[in-house]
Design a protein around this ligand. Structure first.
Ligand code: SF4
Length: 222
């Protein structure tokens, strides 16, 4: 823990973060976008809203059929809740997600003229949308990254092990990353950490021996 403390306090923090981002960019430049399948803003919104507590693969299986049945926010807003619930029943927390999806779609239609808003506070007014979901929608859907950084479980694990945060909650970790990662990298840092988290820095086990950050990471066991 002392090493982590020193890195964060030291004057080399900027160089340290820059080294992390550059190496991850070199290795994972093909993984800078979400793996949730979508062809437009409506599909992205729906996929991201359905994604918490599920793997991207699980969501993609469900949305393959879902997107054939529902094309627009009007379709979701006017959906029969029992049918919609059945259509997303392959996902964890599907009952809540179906309710949130229909409510969010109704709000998009009624309050935002059928368009997903581009301000994070407005997106977070929609049912079922927390900061992480809002950040992914802004980043992937609109190319807007200056309002925050999407923090998922991989980002939490990787940020902690790299010594970029001491916090445990996503909201506090997002604030730490926004302080330490240059703004120009906000649009990529989340997907880069996800790629590393899936590859070598998994929550269950660290594969430091084959990690590209093993010589600079304070938690390295290599
Ligand atoms: S060196 Fe180990 S702990 Fe550090 S980022 Fe890589 S896998 Fe994770």
């Amino acid at each position: 823990m002392q090493i982590i403390h020193d890195i964060l306090k030291g004057k080399d923090t900027e160089a340290y973060v820059s080294k992390i981002i550059n190496r991850l960019m070199d290795r994972y430049s093909d993984r800078l976008h979400t793996e949730l399948a979508h062809r437009n803003m409506t599909e992205l919104f729906v996929a991201v809203l359905l994604s918490p507590q599920c793997s991207d693969r699980q969501v993609n299986v469900v949305t393959k059929d879902l997107f054939r049945k529902y094309k627009t926010f009007d379709d979701y807003a006017n959906a029969d809740l029992r049918k919609l619930t059945k259509d997303v029943s392959g996902l964890n927390y599907y009952r809540t997600k179906a309710r949130n999806l229909r409510s969010a779609a109704r709000m998009i239609v009624d309050k935002f003229n059928g368009d997903v808003p581009t301000a994070i506070n407005q997106i977070m007014e929609l049912h079922g949308v927390g900061r992480k979901v809002a950040n992914v929608i802004l980043n992937e859907g609109f190319g807007i990254s200056e309002q925050g950084i999407a923090i998922d479980t991989h980002c939490i694990t990787v940020s902690q092990r790299l010594g970029l945060t001491r916090h445990k909650t996503a909201d506090k970790i997002e604030i730490d990353l926004m302080k330490r990662v240059p703004k120009k990298d906000w649009k990529v840092v989340s997907n880069l950490f996800i790629a590393l988290g899936r590859d070598t820095c998994t929550a269950r086990k660290k594969f430091c021996g084959r990690c590209i950050l093993k010589d600079i990471c304070p938690s390295s066991e290599a």
